[in-house]
Design a binder for this molecule. Structure first.
Ligand SMILES: Nc1ncnc2c1ncn2[C@@H]1O[C@H](COP(=O)(O)OP(=O)(O)O)[C@@H](O)[C@H]1O
Ligand SMILES: [Mg+2]
Length: 318
């Protein structure tokens, strides 16, 4: 049986009373890397922020988030924030934003540990050495005394992961962790994320619009459109045998190096969030048919943990 660390059921959240994600259901296994993909504005960051629960103005309006045995949506805000920051770490799109650029890592590590009530002066040097070692960071003394502005984006990301290891956090949430990096560094970063999971058993939810990265990194993947999950399943299954027209269109929109232009995906996603009735992808869907505009959102199991929201989509193993 799967050992899930986080279970999200029917989650709806948004700003100012308007839902931006809805009916979001998935679970995260211990040590699993779960990727969330979709175009800009589809609600990927909103979903991550709703899980972390530290964004002012973002309200959960229904559904459940269970972190191990605790129902997060029932906790008072302060308690929830405390639990989430103890258990979850976040790596942001802009690697610089995790740190103050002109304050040494050492000082910032100590401050972070103190704020979690976890600073032990005698243990600290050993903890840093151990965490850096796991991440393949040599020259610990020089790095820990440096300031973030002196380091590359990739290095800052790795150092942000070190603090997670020292804090012993169980879940890493990463929002476009490689987007601000050069293509060659992106690959290195992806390898490091995988390495981090392998050495620490940490679970990860990674938001990206890079499908190749999601296939490389993800055990499972959710494709999100206008705040609804369109397709979910094993990452290589979903990306190699996509069933939802949106997943297929996303894959067809990837440029290749053979000189041909990709088919592309005309238009852009609505910025209005999930609708109560009708599939939001309808206006752009190459397979649109009668009845699409009257659908009520639901996920259909097509076998082996592969789910799709489109009732007309053919494919899968069931
Ligand atoms: N602070 C906010 N207040 C109001 N609307 C927001 C806020 N942040 C994001 N949104 C809206 O929520 C929708 C989803 O955005 P987001 O989660 O950032 O998408 P993604 O990360 O997939 O690009 C967008 O329509 C966006 O305009
Ligand atoms: Mg985003």
């Amino acid at each position: 049986m799967r050992d899930d660390i986080l279970t999200v059921t029917g989650l709806q959240a948004g700003y100012g009373g308007k839902p931006m994600i809805s009916d979001v259901t998935f679970s995260l296994g211990r040590g699993e890397i779960f990727c969330i993909v979709g175009e800009s504005g589809c609600g990927k960051s909103t979903l991550l922020k709703a899980l972390l629960g530290t964004t002012p103005g973002l309200r959960i309006t229904s559904g459940s988030i269970r972190l191990e045995d605790t129902e997060l949506t029932q906790l008072p805000d302060a308690e929830r924030r405390e639990l989430c920051t103890e258990k979850m770490g976040m790596v942001f799109q802009n690697p610089g934003s995790s740190f103050n650029p002109i304050r040494s890592y050492k000082k910032q590590f100590i401050e972070t540990l103190k704020s979690h009530g976890r600073y032990d002066k005698d243990a600290f040097p050993h903890q840093v050495e151990e965490a850096f070692g796991k991440l393949g960071l040599n020259d610990v003394k020089r790095i820990i005394n440096s300031c973030p502005y002196e380091m590359s984006g990739g290095m800052n990301q790795r150092i942000a992961m070190a603090i997670m290891l020292i804090l012993g956090q169980d879940i890493l949430l990463a929002d476009e962790p490689t987007s601000a990096l050069d293509a060659t560094i992106q690959k290195q970063m992806a390898e490091e994320l995988r390495h981090l999971r392998d050495v620490s058993g940490i679970s990860m939810i990674i938001v990206t619009h890079n499908l190749a990265l999601a296939e490389y990194l993800g055990d499972r993947i959710a494709v999100i459109y206008s705040g609804h999950i369109a397709e979910l399943g094993d990452a290589s299954e979903v990306l190699n045998r996509p069933v939802h027209p949106y997943t297929k269109s996303l894959i067809d929109a990837i440029p290749t190096l053979d000189g041909r232009m990709p088919t592309g995906l005309p238009g852009s996603p609505p910025m209005t969030g999930p609708e109560e009735k009708g599939c939001e992808f309808c206006p752009r869907c190459p397979a649109v048919c009668d009845g699409c505009d009257a659908l009520t959102y639901s996920m259909r199991d097509i076998g082996d943990g592969h789910y799709v929201s489109c009732p007309y989509a053919k494919g899968g193993t069931a």
